[in-house]
Design a protein around this ligand. Structure first.
Ligand SMILES: Cc1cc2nc3c(=O)[nH]c(=O)nc-3n(C[C@H](O)[C@H](O)[C@H](O)COP(=O)(O)OP(=O)(O)OC[C@H]3O[C@@H](n4cnc5c(N)ncnc54)[C@H](O)[C@@H]3O)c2cc1C
Length: 581
């Protein structure tokens, strides 16, 4: 029986390896796998050989209406909707894999589906009442209604709680007023999950989620934004002017909208990750072909070490991203209570891996990569947004680090209280110790910290890499402790330090996902066939170890203050102030 309340990374930061969460590596349910196989094949049939069209739609800045109809007929808007409402009822794993396949062909198409299923209607799936689902599922499954997620406003980007759109209680309805910007699918959506202010507590806005449909009077949308990438996907402002939203359209708890928004984004992350993996697979295929075909200095450029270095690293990035995306999709499918830190890591790692891959693939293609005739530059433009939306990677890094620092800080506060209790009342006092506090006290006294310090479910061929993980776990726990002792409450303003902690945690989650995946491969294919994957694990463990050690050293030995002073200098001078001539 799985304990679904266990949170892998949050436990890890306190020195505990909850390996049952990540072993065995998830596999798709055979029934769902059969349907998924057929869907993947049909996606390829539908999208293969249409590169010229994708390029034309990128230039035109929209998907043609006929193509949207094709997507609807295929059922691409019903991927996560139950079968009895006309959908395919895919879990997160199959959904993410489908988006991956679409993204291998075109990102604008994948994002149109993703904005609908990952975030636009995800709130209905997670929080909708039976009546709400009965009312909208079928239309959303056929694509008669396309969905959009409306959170961002001019004054509320990363600071989502600063939303100013209001929904005032008017008895039998809410009166909605305000505007949202940069809403994906805005121009074509009929179903909007809208976040608006419904109250205030201690000077802070309380948000609620509302279902708004285009047929309501007072709903309108702006022009298609002229964007860097994903140009064929629709991005518009959405305006609400005295819109009467029936009370029954409240989604989730009143004034609980912030949590609803965060949960939607959290649950949708395997979509972004799946898209990133799809783009990486396409780029690797393009680069491998080009490396073999293009000759310079009388040899295929692929025979040169510098090209192999690029393509080899793309393989590691793609494999590692795929392992971690698969893992969080499975955690969502198995209904783990909290995987928000792991999901944030997947969003960061896969979006940055995709960016590195796009950059190196374009470099491998040389000047041709810069030309619009080839898809590299478009893929690179399309890739860039993934580091910005659904929580910028910077904000997500803060979230990852501050979540575990808060856990441990709380443990420390409780420990202080308990220690006081020990002096007042020795027996009762020890009973008061929390798990974390007990571990911390054991570190101090040299007693064993935890029984969960080993990663022994990893295949024996990967024992050195498992040891890297075990060593890093001890160092992570020590790092969290050291940061809290050094900065105390001020840690919240020490963003250089919290970023380093987040980077360590990113490396560790990705590493454990890779080790789990390679273990499963060895067990199913045998050592010889899994050898390339074992090499990936070796490379990634080496990288993770080097990066983590460097981050650890920098807690006390860094040039953070110098860098901050230089930024202040630029702010004051309003730019760079040392022209040579
Ligand atoms: C193409 C596109 C599609 C989009 N689709 C949608 C959609 O469908 N629905 C929707 O609601 N939104 C959507 N967005 C909005 C997107 O989610 C936001 O752009 C994103 O959340 C960042 O907000 P911002 O742009 O206001 O940046 P800001 O919040 O202004 O951030 C600017 C920079 O400051 C950094 N920063 C901010 N606060 C801090 C801090 N406390 N500490 C350190 N650094 C900080 C950020 O990381 C970032 O680097 C879309 C945006 C784009 C470009």
């Amino acid at each position: 029986m799985l304990d679904k309340s266990i949170v892998f990374m949050r436990s890890l930061a306190a020195g505990e390896i909850e390996q049952e969460v990540v072993f065995p590596f998830p596999a798709i349910d055979p029934d769902e796998g059969e349907t998924l196989g057929a869907v993947i094949e049909s996606v390829d049939q539908m999208l293969e050989g249409r590169d010229e069209e994708f390029r034309a739609w990128d230039v035109a800045g929209e998907l043609p209406a006929e193509f949207l109809e094709e997507m609807k007929e295929f059922g691409l808007f019903g991927l996560i909707i139950p079968e009895d409402a006309g959908g395919m009822e895919f879990g997160n794993l199959a959904y993410s894999r489908t988006l991956q396949q679409v993204a291998r062909h075109d990102a604008s198409v994948a994002v149109t589906i993703g904005a609908h299923s990952s975030i636009g209607m995800r709130g209905l799936k997670l929080y909708g009442s039976d009546e709400q689902k009965a009312k909208w599922y079928e239309k959303l499954a056929t694509g008669e209604m396309i969905a959009a997620f409306c959170l961002t406003e001019p004054g509320a980007g990363s600071d989502a709680a600063a939303v100013r759109t209001t929904a005032s209680d008017e008895g039998d309805h809410y009166l909605l007023n305000g505007s949202k910007i940069w809403i994906t699918n805005g121009g074509m959506a009929d179903f909007f999950t809208v976040f608006a202010k419904t109250g205030e507590k201690d000077g802070k806005s309380k948000l609620s989620a509302l279902i708004v449909t285009r047929d309501m009077e007072g709903v309108s949308t702006g022009h298609h934004e002229d964007k860097m990438g994903l140009r064929a996907s629709s991005t518009t402002s959405v305006y609400f002017e005295n819109v009467k939203v029936p009370k029954e359209n409240l989604l989730g708890p009143l004034n609980g909208g912030f949590k609803v928004a965060m949960n939607i984004l959290n649950n949708g992350r395997s979509g972004v990750g799946g898209g990133a993996v799809g783009a990486m697979k396409k780029l690797i295929a393009l680069s491998a072909r080009h490396a073999m075909e293009r000759k310079q200095f009388g040899r295929p450029i692929g025979s040169f070490g510098l090209i192999k270095q690029k393509v080899g690293h793309m393989m590691v990035d793609c494999y590692a991203s795929e392992a971690a995306v698969t893992m969080i999709a499975a955690l969502a499918d198995r209904e783990y209570e909290d995987f928000s830190v792991e999901a944030a890591i997947v969003k960061i790692f896969s979006s940055e891996a995709m960016w590195r891959t796009a950059d190196e693939a374009l470099q491998t293609a040389g000047g041709g990569g810069y030309m619009r005739e080839l898809p590299y530059e478009r893929i690179m433009r399309d890739a860039r947004i993934n580091r910005i939306w659904e929580g910028t990677n910077d904000i997500l890094r803060l979230y990852i680090a501050l979540t575990v620092l808060n856990d441990v800080g709380q443990g420390l506060r409780e420990m202080a209280k308990s220690l006081k209790g020990i002096f007042d009342h020795p027996i009762k006092g020890f009973g008061l110790l929390t798990n974390y506090a007990r571990k911390r006290a054991n570190w101090a006294t040299g007693l064993p910290v935890s029984s969960k310090t080993e990663l022994d479910k990893v295949h024996v061929a990967l024992r050195p890499q498992a040891e890297v993980f075990e060593d890093l776990t001890r160092e992570l726990a020590a790092m969290v402790d050291r940061l809290l002792r050094k900065h105390g409450k001020n840690i919240i303003d020490k963003q250089f330090a919290t970023r380093r902690l987040a980077d360590v945690m990113i490396d560790m989650w990705i590493l454990v996902c890779v080790l789990s995946r390679v273990t499963a491969s060895i067990e199913s294919k045998g050592l010889e066939a899994a050898e390339p994957e074992i090499q990936i694990a070796r490379v990634f463990a080496g990288q993770a170890k080097r990066r983590t050690r460097a981050n650890f050293r920098k807690i006390d030995n860094n040039d953070d203050e110098l860098i901050k002073a230089l930024a202040e200098h630029a702010y004051q001078a309003e730019g760079y102030s040392w022209d040579v001539i």
